[in-house]
Design a protein around this ligand. Sequence first.
Ligand SMILES: Cc1cc2nc3c(=O)[nH]c(=O)nc-3n(C[C@H](O)[C@H](O)[C@H](O)COP(=O)(O)OP(=O)(O)OC[C@H]3O[C@@H](n4cnc5c(N)ncnc54)[C@H](O)[C@@H]3O)c2cc1C
Length: 321
Amino acid sequence: MSIKVVVAGQGAFGIKHIEALKNIKDVEIVSLAGGSLDSTRDVAQKFGIPHFTTDLAESLAQPGVQAAILATPTQMHAKQGIQCMRAGKHVHIEIPIADNLKDAEELVKVLLRTGEEEGVIFLPGTKLAGADRHPEGIALRTERETILASTVVNAAGLYADDVSKILGGETFTIYPCRGEYAEFTPAKRALVNALVYPLPHASGHGLGVHLVRTTGGQVWLGPTIHYQERKDDYENDREPLEHFAESARLLIDGVTIDDLRLSGSGIRAKLHPPSESFADFMIRRDRENPAVVQVSGIDSPGLTSSLAIGKLVSEIVAEDS
Ligand SMILES: Cc1cc2nc3c(=O)[nH]c(=O)nc-3n(C[C@H](O)[C@H](O)[C@H](O)COP(=O)(O)OP(=O)(O)OC[C@H]3O[C@@H](n4cnc5c(N)ncnc54)[C@H](O)[C@@H]3O)c2cc1C
């Protein structure tokens, strides 16, 4: 059975999603919601999408629609994301989810409420403090309560090794690996119109510092690769701008530090040390404690793969329960 999807946005990013979705066997694009009728019709006809409109509500109301992909202008993301969730659909939003904090918070609140309506209990800011084996699974201890679970999915990112230990699962190490970004100054953004990649990093640790034009119009340069000891240090010893300028010059002539400014950073959860080049995601039932399903070492492209990972995890949980 195929998943019926709506794509919102008939521009370059919408088309990228449509092209990618066309390569997935079990996905059917049933409607395209665009900003202008003429160009939306053109794109729908080009890709054989049976329905098109400028009204997202009409797209979402098509029979059997389960999910929407929003590749619309940033300022529309939060409102449309909320609209999709309220219509009972899964939604994938091109980053960023909003262009202001208030809208982002509202979107997350609606996500919380729609999840609760489906029976999910959220415990934000609640750290797993301990766990005990139990005849029916695992008793999880937080500061305030004990929760009995037949299966526990360990998706604790950078702390998955610590959480596995708490759960009586397998022993492994998560190696924190920082990735930093710089961005082009507004005056230089017009230099880049698309993703620009170098050859992949020789170490095998990443794709190499590449150029990304976001839907918000910024141009990011990154991420770098730097293994470090701490899992919570995003700012000390930042790479100098000259390092980014050197990487940028491999892709565009003449870039100088005056064209760039430092941007954000993140820390990858790697399952292999710097001396090794690759370790696959660990997505399987734990070999020490079968009540645990490991979703650990989810390095890049974990976000891109999140729907497939979710599907696999639900299959693993269903198989043995
Ligand atoms: C610089 C950088 C660039 C990237 N680029 C891309 C990209 O282009 N494309 C892509 O697909 N992916 C990319 N990724 C990878 C992507 O971000 C990850 O794969 C993804 O975020 C992993 O999701 P996760 O849910 O496994 O972990 P996380 O998002 O880290 O979630 C782990 C959660 O567990 C919680 N937690 C930890 N310990 C405990 C505890 N004891 N008790 C309770 N909760 C706990 C944490 O608070 C957190 O909420 C990038 C990552 C980085 C750092």
